[in-house]
Design a protein around this ligand. Structure first.
Ligand code: SF4
Ligand code: SF4
Length: 434
């Protein structure tokens, strides 16, 4: 299996990596007294609760489901009794129901759990759907939908995203080191059921240990290439990693699968490997807890539905911090209420100091062009900002606003500290609602 160094890279920003937690093995957090499990943790339709107040539930039991195609089921992460079914607003501003479980500390596994049958592609895809799996790198896209692409027989390339380009986060890196066998099995299952011919594992070249471990694990697989990527943010963005690994440019309005490629995050394939031999659905998550305010960073395995406050207390993080983010500092969401539960696609809790949380004052654009130079999609963020301010939907479309991936590089680099990426988010909403 060759290791190759990618010579291709879309533009991006050289952000400080601060991977302080990289050598910290994953600890399992004690089971909390309560978990609150939102009925939407993915892109797509929300689930409806399948349980009622007073029900006994077990680990891995399906507690939420939707009749819609674009959705995945939700499972109990802890055994205990359902104490409430209540309304919940996600940090993304979506309203849904949540199932609150008072845990019993026993972690009794649902007796219905069994190793899934997957003798062919359709059974495999059904199993992946039933596992409740969504992209674990942060996007929350239901994984089975990628695998069930209408013309999947034409897809011959699988890109495994192990770039982990956001500062601080090392959850995927720890997956490489701690769950290598699951990754190998997950990749082999996807390859077998989807008839994949070429596998590219993209790892930024600041993670030589991960390259070494994966190289050893795939030493006799000639169809697997480990691609060392330039360390630049957002190398892990879907379009960036596809270009850097297999040289394919995903056109505007097209899916990667339209170009014969699908991308799966490395923890996502690791989970597939684990699920297909145990039948335990997605009920827990590895997260990195770090940030400039955190002196003792950790990688933790947490049950889905645990609240952030409990995680902060476990890590001995006091309340003098400035800001808490779900996800990395470039694309993460600010958490206003630390009782917010951790969901499937959270890969980090980043705690910033008060100094790091203060937004510097915005000044006028000096037309330096730096925002254009860093944009991986070659957009013109300063022009987009102006078009949004003028509510000029036609111009926003001409400037290809739909291509913006909200990576935040333009905001990061701007010497005038203009909120370019945030404006683009608003601009996309404006275009959508027209
Ligand atoms: S980086 Fe900032 S100051 Fe420079 S052109 Fe872009 S918006 Fe203007
Ligand atoms: S315009 Fe969008 S894609 Fe380009 S740098 Fe800014 S946030 Fe990233």
């Amino acid at each position: 299996m060759p290791i190759i160094k990618s010579k291709k890279s879309l533009h991006g920003a050289l952000v400080s990596h601060c991977k302080k937690s990289k050598d910290n093995e994953t600890e399992t957090i004690p089971i909390p007294s309560k978990v609150k499990i939102p009925m939407i943790q993915h892109m797509g339709a929300p689930c409806s609760p399948l349980v009622k107040v007073g029900d006994q539930v077990y680990v891995g039991q399906k507690i939420g489901e939707s009749p819609e195609y674009f959705s995945v089921p939700i499972h109990a992460s802890c055994s205990g009794v359902v104490k409430a079914i209540e309304d919940f607003n996600t940090p993304m501003g979506v309203s849904c129901k949540s199932v609150v479980i008072e845990t019993d500390g026993q972690q009794t596994v649902d007796p219905e759990i069994k190793v899934p049958t997957a003798n062919n592609k359709d059974e495999f895809i059904t199993a992946v759907k039933e596992s409740g799996l969504v992209g674990l790198g942060g996007a929350g896209f239901p994984t089975f939908i990628k695998l069930a692409y209408k013309d999947i027989d034409s897809v011959k390339n699988l890109v495994i995203n192990a770039a982990e380009c956001e500062p601080y986060i090392t959850a995927d890196y720890r997956e490489c080191l701690e769950s290598t066998q699951n990754i190998v099995e997950g990749i082999n299952l996807v390859k077998k059921h989807l008839n994949i011919e070429n596998i590219y594992i993209g790892v930024e070249d600041n993670k030589p240990e991960a390259v070494q471990v994966l190289n050893k694990a795939f030493h006799d697989s000639s169809d697997v290439k480990i691609v060392r990527l330039k360390t630049i943010y957002p190398q892990g963005a879907e379009k960036s990693i596809i270009y850097a690994t297999c040289g394919i440019v995903v056109e505007e309005g097209k899916l990667p699968a339209d170009h014969g490629v699908i991308v799966l995050n490395i923890s996502t394939v690791g989970f597939i490997g684990s699920y297909m031999k145990t039948g335990m659905p997605l009920v827990s998550k590895r997260i990195t807890v770090d940030g400039d305010f955190v002196s003792n960073p950790k990688n933790l395995r947490v049950p889905i539905g645990i609240d952030i406050q409990t995680v902060l207390e476990y890590c001995n993080i006091k309340e003098e911090y400035g800001k808490v983010l779900m996800g990395g500092p470039m694309m993460g969401i600010t958490v206003n209420d630390t009782l917010t539960p951790i969901i499937k696609n959270n890969n980090a809790i980043i705690v910033l100091s008060k100094e790091a949380s203060i937004a510097p004052p915005t000044t006028a654009c000096i037309r330096c062009g730096k925002c254009i130079a860093v944009c991986p999609l070659k957009l013109m963020p300063a022009k987009l900002e102006k078009a949004y301010d003028n509510k000029n939907v036609e111009l926003l479309n001409e400037l290809h606003i739909s291509l913006c991936i909200n990576c935040g590089c333009c905001t990061y680099i701007c010497p005038a500290k203009r909120h370019l990426a945030q404006k683009n988010q608003l601009a996309k909403a404006l275009v959508r609602n027209k």
